[in-house]
Design a binder for this molecule. Sequence first.
Ligand code: C2E
Ligand code: MG
Ligand code: MG
Length: 724
Amino acid sequence: MRERTASLDASNRELLNEIDERKQVERILRESTARYYAVTQSANDAIATADSQGNIVGWNRRAEAMFGYSEEQALGRPLTLIIPHRHREAHQRGMNRVLAGGASRVTGKAFETEGLRSDGSEFPIELSLAHWEVGDSRFVSGTIRDISERIRTENHLRVAATTFEAQDGVTITDANKRILRVNRAFTEITGYSAEEAIGQTPHMLSSGRHDPGFYDAMWDSLVRTGNWQGEIWNRRKNGEIFPEWLSITAVRDAQGQITNYVGTFADITERKAAENEIAQLAFYDQLTGLPNRRLLLDRLRHALAGCSRSTRSGALLFLDLDNFKTLNDTLGHDVGDQLLREAAARLTSCVRQSDTVARLGGDEFVIVLEDLEGPDAHHLAAMQVETLAIKVQTQLNLPYLLDVGTMGDTINRRSHQCSCSIGIAMFDGQPVSAEELMKRADTAMYQAKAAGRNAMRFFDPEMQAAVTARAAMEADLRRAIKENQFVLHYQAQVDADGRVVGAEALVRWLHPERGLIYPTEFIPLAEETGMILRLGRWVLESAFAQLAAWAARAEFAGLTLAVNVSAQQFQHKEFVSEVFGLLDRSGADPCRVKLELTERLLVHNVQEVIEKMLALKARGVSFALDDFGTGYSSLAYLKRMPLDQLKIDQSFVRDVLDDGNDAVIARSVVALARSLGLGVIAEGVETARQRDFLADSGCLTYQGYLFSEPLPAADFERFANSAA
Ligand code: C2E
Ligand code: MG
Ligand code: MG
């Protein structure tokens, strides 16, 4: 019994020990599980544990937050739940290796991969795996860290680092503008090394070109908006001042306090130079460096706008060098250019800094004066301008010393004098366009030229009215030529017995509104505009047609017809062939045609004129010199001209009885004509006493109201018949 008891005791003790042991293990297990649970639940990283089947058996709170599955949803599901599809196969292989007990390449190491959230989105994670066993069971635990933020920061840093070493200079300062860091480009652009720059303020680069207000505004904008951008002039270490495009950003901490300033800048010297060059080409005259027409118009518009707002006035001076073309033609363009440059310098020296001197091209310059006396003191302003214009003329009139070439070592210099004509247009608050003002000054300048050069003229409203009327007239005349609004009247030329020997054809304009207009009103305009060529051709054509018609009637067949020809018309290179063509077509007898030329024709190319006259004379055409005595032809030329008749101008005839001088001239003309073997006719004969005086002097052919006014063809024919 005792034995049995003893053996029972022993087995009991064993059992009890065993129970104790198991309890102990269970307690430890419970404790460690609780500890594990507590530890994992409070961990900062997500921890997921899977059993050997790969199913989730542990899921902490961070894992819930990170992946979007609650513990309840996760437990028992395969771990692949949180692994993107493309990684699942590799994951499975790894898991198998680990669970088979093989040392894994992955356990104990952290590596980066991606996790998959319950909403399907992926995110970068850092994963460390561990495996462990409890009894026969193997487990794998993954500690997972969301590294999205770190990756983002890294990317930022990478971008920042790249930027920092970019082409642009970068300066980073603290809140007190002390430089903390600069990049390589900073050193390349400014010449200062990082060591030299760090600890300084960006003031070390200041060029002195900006006033304190500039920097105040810059810092003000930085504090208010956190940004500033603009062009700034800085100074390099070598002293060179250069333009840069600078942008500064203020960096603030979480509390909104400025901690740093980051400035990036690009050297824009080249861009600036290119910009300047373009501006120079676009807005300045290359020869003289003065503003060109474009810049002038721009400034003028500003001046006009400024004037309309103030009580001051201004003036536009239009200058043209007199006879510049002659200099250019005789001594060459290089010499002409020298003169223009010198003239430009003199002009600039005459005006204030605020005034504009521009070159329009050729020998035309313009001065814009601003800030003169107001419109209520018109004459004062005009006097100011006149004073300046006189100064300009005096300056420009001084001799120019021009290089006209080199001879060995010596430079040939020639002194040249050059006057200028000035037209002036004033402006005040009245609305007027820049272009209109230019036109006014230009008009005034032409008046100055017409007044005999080295003169100045103000544009005034009367002048303006004349200009406007002229413009209207020009348009009318153009239409008149196109629509043939002209007629010829015929004024009789009679002999000593009062018999009609011929006629002078005089053109009239039948204006649709204004009625009959006399040639003194439109011939000069036609000459100026070149329209005289077409008009003159029409006159010749009509006159020849009339002659041809008369040739068919016995009573008129012997008449000569005088036709006025403008100098410009005669000088046209096709004139002779044109006359021949018209003669042929009309069938008029050239021997009945007398062309009236004026002394103006004798100013240029006398030889050519003579040759043309001879060519026409060869076909029988004759010539009269109209308005004789009023021009300035020299007797020498007159002798060479193949003329047939001199026409004593009506101005002498008019006063021939009252003015002894005119009487002498009339007599001299007759004597001269006789000595040259020419005929002579007096025009503008209005009284019998005038005719008698002329007859006494030896002039036996006449034209004038005493006999007949210019008449339409039919009236003339009637008169001629009655006078026969
Ligand atoms: P002109 O050739 O000297 O013509 C004479 C002008 O004197 C004409 O004026 C005529 O009407 C005017 N006249 C004639 N007799 C008298 C008189 O007794 N007393 C006064 N006070 N005047 C008289 P008109 O027709 O007005 O022509 C003026 C000028 O126009 C002409 O002067 C001529 O230079 C030019 N002209 C006329 N027709 C033509 C033409 O077809 N072609 C060109 N190029 N010029 C023309
Ligand atoms: Mg005439
Ligand atoms: Mg005349």
